[in-house]
Design a protein around this ligand. Structure first.
Ligand code: ATR
Length: 282
């Protein structure tokens, strides 16, 4: 039940209709019997600044940002968290008491929390991680793995210059290598993460042989539509531990929910199936 005191938040995207965040946050609101609402906010790129500035004026506690706003928001908010600065993107905006906008990035913690909840990572395995892609998601994964103490983080991207720029910006242990040589890196990889759009519904599949990948190497995909991408199917068939992408969406949402609604939401195994049902409804 929403009263006149309800706390408001939402997600800005363009388009925004595909976003699972309203389903997730409103589920948590209902579960906690919280007087609040979380709305899909369709905001065109040219209106992002205006829309963010209006949040405090409309009494919003904050919002999430999705494609294509995460990077543009960096220069709009009044202050940035350390991770938002390192990743160069904002996915969570919090309206502070003085009505200023604080931009955070929770994708790195979302990735790592999901990884830890689904796979056991031994300290001695934190050697070489191979990341496919070099967009915002890849930067978040790199930051997460740097902070977790991985020794060698190899970025492979179709456009080498982008991987190189990310490696330059984040510094050691991140380094850029050639996409064409991706198969050669498999034998050293103890963690393989796909952050490209390859494997996503409607996109090409990822062309990569896993035959030299160590058996205990973890294979993670941040694509969650479909949940079992061809990469994950291939990895599971040869016995590698796998990590699906939907959990990252769940875990990255927790800090925003906590900040806006002042309640820690419950993350349990039923949440992912609840979200999957939402993906099947048009
Ligand atoms: P995000 O911010 O979600 O990471 P993005 O910035 O659009 O999204 O990044 C998408 C990634 O998928 C990029 O690394 C892109 O490679 P390019 O930098 O060369 O564009 C990668 N990608 C998309 N389509 C690809 C394809 N057909 N083959 C290889 N990589 C692809």
């Amino acid at each position: 039940m929403i009263t006149g005191h309800a706390t408001l938040a939402g997600v800005m995207g363009w388009p925004v209709s595909h976003s699972l965040s309203p389903r997730l946050h409103n589920h948590w609101l209902e579960q906690g019997a919280i007087d609040g609402a979380y709305l899909p906010l369709a905001v065109a790129p040219e209106h992002l600044g205006e829309a963010l500035r209006v949040l405090p004026k409309m009494g919003f506690a904050g919002c999430n940002l999705t494609i294509p706003h995460k990077e543009a928001a960096v220069t709009i908010v009044d202050a940035l968290s350390e991770n938002a600065r390192r990743i160069g993107a904002v996915n969570t905006v919090i309206v502070r008491e003085d009505r200023s906008l604080y931009g955070k990035n929770t994708d790195a913690t979302g990735f790592i929390e999901n990884l830890k909840s689904k796979a056991r990572i031994k300290e001695e395995h934190k050697q070489c991680a191979v990341i496919l892609g070099s967009g915002g998601a890849a930067r978040a994964v790199c930051v997460a793995l740097i902070d977790e103490g991985w020794k060698d983080i190899v970025l492979l991207n179709r456009t080498y210059s982008k991987a190189h720029a990310v490696a330059e910006q984040l510094g050691e242990p991140v380094r850029a290598e050639r996409w064409e040589r991706r198969e050669g890196w498999m034998s050293q990889s103890m963690l393989l993460v796909n952050t490209t759009s390859l494997g996503m519904k409607g996109q090409d599949t990822l062309d990569l042989s896993l035959h030299s990948l160590p058996e205990e190497a973890i294979v993670a995909d941040i694509v969650y539509q479909p949940l079992m991408t061809s990469l994950l199917i291939k990895a599971r068939a040869r016995g590698n531990p796998i990590v699906t992408g939907l959990g990252m969406l769940v875990h990255q949402a927790v800090p925003g929910f906590k900040a806006w609604f002042e309640v820690t939401p419950v993350v349990d195994s039923s949440l992912e199936s609840f979200l999957l049902e939402g993906m099947q409804t048009p």
